[in-house]
Write a protein of this length. Sequence first.
Lengths: 327, 327
Amino acid sequence: MLIPFSTLKQELKRVLVKTGMNEDRTDLCSEIFAGNSRDGVYSHGLNRFPQFIKSVDDGLINVNAEPVVVGTKGSIERWDGQLAPGIYTATKAVGRAADMAIENGIGLVAVRNTNHWMRGGTYGWQAADKGCIAICGTNSIANMPPWGGKDATLGNNPLVIAVPRTEGHLVLDMAMSQYSYGKLNEHHLAGKKLAHAGGYDENGNLSDDPYAIMHSKRTLPVGLWKGSALSLMMDVLASVLSEGKTVSGITSTGKEFAVSQFFICIVPESVNQKIIDEIVSYAKSSAVIDENSSVRYPGESTLRRRNKSLSEGVYVNEKIWEEVKGL
Amino acid sequence: MLIPFSTLKQELKRVLVKTGMNEDRTDLCSEIFAGNSRDGVYSHGLNRFPQFIKSVDDGLINVNAEPVVVGTKGSIERWDGQLAPGIYTATKAVGRAADMAIENGIGLVAVRNTNHWMRGGTYGWQAADKGCIAICGTNSIANMPPWGGKDATLGNNPLVIAVPRTEGHLVLDMAMSQYSYGKLNEHHLAGKKLAHAGGYDENGNLSDDPYAIMHSKRTLPVGLWKGSALSLMMDVLASVLSEGKTVSGITSTGKEFAVSQFFICIVPESVNQKIIDEIVSYAKSSAVIDENSSVRYPGESTLRRRNKSLSEGVYVNEKIWEEVKGL
C-alpha cells in the first residue's frame, strides 16, 4: 500500500520517541528510515525498522550515546561511535569529513564501534548535497564466502561513491555480494525469484532462490573473485582506518553491531557538470539490448522513485507497517 | 621461456634509450615493464611493450615531457601529464600523494593528459612500500557496454586499493570488466578459453572465447549492473578530479592516450598489522570448495609469482621477446 511520506516518518518517530531517544535524533532517524523507503530501498527503510528497535531493546544500540574523537592526524579523524545509532553517527561523520574537505580539499573520518548505517547511499546523497564527492565504506557480519571457499568469512561490506550533480547526484551504493541480504529478503517477501544467480543453495549449486541463498549463506560475490577481493579490502580499509572490529570480530559476537566505517569527502576546485553530463550521455548513447532494457546512471532510479513516492505515496509492506504501528 | 629479470630489464632499457628517453626514465620504465612481467602481469609487461614503443613512434607519448601542476587546494593537486609516459607520471603522482599523506594524513593527486599506467597495481605496491594506504583509478578507451546496452560506451577503468603489510602488501588491482583486455589477449595468445563467461560474442550470446569477446567489444562488467555502475563512477572520479578527458573524449580520438587518473594516499596514525592479519586469516579459515581451490588475499599470487620469477627466471612469450629484441 502507499502512504504519505510524512505519515511514515511520523509513525517511525513515534516509536523512536518511546525508546527514549532525544528529540533531534528521532527526527533525523525517522527522516532517514522513511527516506530509504521513499527512495525505493525498502530493505533498509521500513522493513529494517523493527530490527533496529529490537537491537535497541537488546542493548546493542545506545540511542543517546555520542561518538567521540579518539585520534587525529591532519585531515583524518578517528572516532569511537560508542554504539550510538549508526544513522546518527554516519550522518555526523560524513558531515565532519565534508567540513574538512571544504577546508582542505579532502577529509577522512573513520569510526569504530558504530552501528549499521542502514542504506549507505544516504551518506552519499548527504555529501553530494553539500557539494562533496564522497567515498564511504563499512564492514558487516560475515555473510559471503570468499572466492574458492564455501564458508561465509567475508562481509558484503558496501561501498558508496557519490558525485554532486545539478540534475541529480550520481550515487553508487553497492554491497559486494551480487544481491545484498536486504535485496534477497525483499525478493523473498515478495515471493520473487532473482533475475540472475545470486549464490549457492545447500547443495553447492548456483541458485536464483533468495531463501535458499539466505539459508546457505553462500552469496555470490560481485564479479566472482574480484568482488571477493574487493570485499576483503573494504574490511581492511574500514577496520584499519578506524582501528575497529573486523568482519571476523563482528561475527564472533554472533550479532551485527560495533561495526567499522570510513567516510572520505573531496571538494576539488570545481565539479565540472559538463564532464559529468558528457559521461552520462555517452553511456546512454549505447543501443539497448532489447526494448525492455535501459541504460541508467547510478542514482537515476533512486531519484525517479523518490519523486514518485513523494507525489503518489511511499510503498510500504502492509504486514511490516502493521507491525510497526503496534510497536 | 624463462629469462633473468636483469636480462629482461636491460633489453627493454636498450629499446627505450633508442627512443631518446632520458637515462633516469629508461631505468624506471624498464624496471616497471620488466617488473610487471616478473609479477605475472604479462599483459602489461613485456606483452604490452611493443605497443608502448609504437605509441611513442606515433607521437602519442612524449618520452621526456614533464607533468605540471595546474591547480592546488589544500591536500589536493591537479596535474597535466603533458602526455609523458604514464608509468613515469603515475609513479611521480602517487609519490606526491604519499608525501602529502605523510604530512597531512591524506593526499590526492589527479592527472589529466597522462598515458596508460600499464599495471595499476604497480602504484599500489609503490604506495604500500612507503607505508601508505592507496586508492587509485584511471579511465580508458571505451571497451565495455553499460548494463542494458550493447555498444561499448564504458571503459574498464581499473581500481587499485593497496594496504601496507609486513608479510606482503595487500594490493587489489581490478578492471571493471570480468576479464581485462590484457587478460583476454593473454588467454588468446595461449590458445586458452576463459574459465567463466567473460562477455558476449557477435550474436549476443555469453561466451568464454577471448577472441570472440575482443572482437565484439562486449565484455561483461564485474557483477553485471554493479560493475557497470562502478566503471561509470570511476570515469567520473578520474575526469572530474583531473578536469581531464572522459572515456567518451578518449574514445572519440580513436586512440587510447591522454587519459585521466587519480591517486589518493592515506597515512593513518598507525596501520595495525594484527587487524590485517586477522582479516586475512579469517578469510582463509573458510573450507575450500574442492581440492583445487584456495582462498587468497589480493596480492598473494603476485608476491608468490614475483619470488618465483626472481629465483627461476621471468616467463616471456618467445614471439614477443624476439620482436622486442628486433626493435
